[in-house]
Design a protein around this ligand. Structure first.
Ligand code: ZN
Length: 194
């Protein structure tokens, strides 16, 4: 896992649970807590920190990982705003993860391991995302989707089936965007005009 991810975890804990709590987490993990964003760290280090934060704060690890994904997204956007320059909207963002964002991440960090996100556009408002990663961090991916929705001010529903944690060989997300009040008003006007 790249150091940027560890830095964002530190940022989340410091901002939501306090600087003291992060220091205690690092201490109980027996780490120095110094992370360089471009360096590579063992995945087990991240998982170990998540387990400690979860136990110390009584937050289920699954919920913590989801919250981290959601927190991580604006952090990435703030650091690499140009990655999103040509991306127009929530579903377009999700479609660009494999073809644009991960390609750029690989240019910046050739040693980064990025998950595979296949996408199938089922309709204007529906997208099927297939997540595949040895890390099996589908809750993190769900959190990133939630963060992206917030960034683009989109409302959506998500069905997570199959899941690698429930016997699937990948995780599938069916994402349906709910039309905004503005879209509904627009189509209602359209209907009257016709
Ligand atoms: Zn899953």
């Amino acid at each position: 896992m790249k150091g940027i991810v560890m830095n964002l975890l530190a940022e989340m804990v410091e901002s939501q649970l306090g600087m003291k709590e992060w220091n205690r987490v690092i201490e109980s993990a027996g780490l120095d807590g110094v992370y360089t964003s471009s360096e590579l760290y063992e995945d087990t280090e991240l998982f170990g920190l998540v387990a400690i934060i979860s136990e110390r704060n009584g937050i289920p690890a699954d919920d913590l990982v989801f919250a981290f994904g959601k927190f991580m997204l604006p952090g990435f956007i703030a650091r690499y705003p140009y990655l999103l320059a040509d991306v127009d909207g929530f579903l377009a963002f999700l479609e660009s993860i494999d073809s644009v964002i991960h390609v750029e991440v690989k240019k910046l960090h050739p040693d980064a391991t990025t998950p595979v996100f296949h996408h199938i556009r089922l309709s204007e408002n529906e997208l099927q995302l297939q997540y595949n990663s040895e890390r099996r961090l589908c809750r993190l991916a769900e959190g990133l989707v939630a963060g992206a929705a917030e960034h683009y001010n989109a409302h959506y529903s998500l069905t997570h089936e199959p899941c690698m944690h429930r016997g699937g060989d990948h995780c599938g997300f069916l994402i349906k965007v709910e039309p905004s009040a503005k879209d509904l008003a627009h189509s209602a006007t359209g209907a009257i005009d016709e």
